[in-house]
Design a protein around this ligand. Structure first.
Ligand code: MG
Length: 260
């Protein structure tokens, strides 16, 4: 009888897990800086996030910097239309707008927008501060605080080039899904340090042709950046990578549909 109950409970838990996991889109597509290309939207804008959600991407990637007055903001480069983010206040950044009329999004506004839906994950890149390690780690601390405050843990997966920042995020939130970007740690090292996955440039996997398989065997999730050609997309899909980060999310969705 005990065994029957145990089996019943296991099946129930699996079914519940399946329901919650199935809410997010199950495909390999991560829109790099949002889906900006087709309609020429600003990269990392709220509009490009919304477009990635509409397309049905599994995730939408965005880049986060820290201002001088400790506001986390979403932008790729160190400067926002010529204003240096690390040495400017948030108020100073509001002097410029994206061509679509948006101001630079705060990470908080970006996450709040992303949490209005539950199909597309929010792939949060913590940018390395040009002002040094202390500032990068402070950015990691503020990031985890923000995600906890908003209750955004289910939506957010983290990526970073700074390995210490990756480890700090895991230390602050052991359940956080953190991927390392820089390509200079073996799958075994990343696993040992508690990372959830690798997110390396496609040339890194080419130079280390066993790494995708090794990572998967260790239970790490494999993402690849930034893949924009159909040939490379097909090559990586053939190797069963979990995610492909691309400037061409619509193309990748087509490639996936056509290879099924
Ligand atoms: Mg990025």
């Amino acid at each position: 009888m005990k065994t029957v109950i145990r089996i019943f409970l296991t099946l129930t838990v699996c079914a519940m897990w399946h329901v919650s996991a199935a809410q997010f889109n199950q495909n390999q597509v991560i829109a790099h800086r949002g889906a900006w290309k087709v309609e020429d939207l600003p990269q990392n804008s709220i509009a490009s996030l919304e477009r990635a959600v509409e397309l049905g991407c599994a995730g939408s990637e965005f880049d986060v910097h820290l201002t001088k007055d400790d506001v986390l903001v979403v932008n790729h480069d160190n400067d926002y239309y010529g204003i240096d983010i690390a040495t400017a206040t948030y108020a100073e950044l509001l002097a410029k707008k994206h061509p679509n009329g948006e101001s630079i999004p705060t990470a908080e506004a970006y996450l709040r927008e992303g949490m209005k839906q539950k199909k597309t994950k929010l792939i949060y890149e913590l940018k390395t501060s040009k002002l040094g390690k202390e500032r990068t780690l402070h950015s990691a601390d503020l990031t985890v605080q923000l995600v906890k405050k908003l209750g955004a843990e289910e939506w957010v997966e983290y990526i970073a080039f700074d390995y210490d920042a990756c480890k700090r995020i895991i230390e602050l939130d052991p359940k956080a899904k953190v991927y390392y970007l820089n390509g200079d740690k073996t799958p075994a090292e990343a696993k040992k340090d508690g990372l959830f996955g690798l997110d390396y440039h496609f040339n890194v996997y080419k130079k280390n042709p066993t790494w995708i398989r090794e990572a998967k065997n260790l239970g790490l999730v494999v993402n690849v950046w930034t893949v924009n050609t159909q040939e490379e997309m097909t090559n990586l899909l053939d190797q069963d990578v979990e995610f492909i980060t691309t400037d061409q999310p619509a193309l990748l969705l087509d490639v996936i549909r056509n290879t099924k």
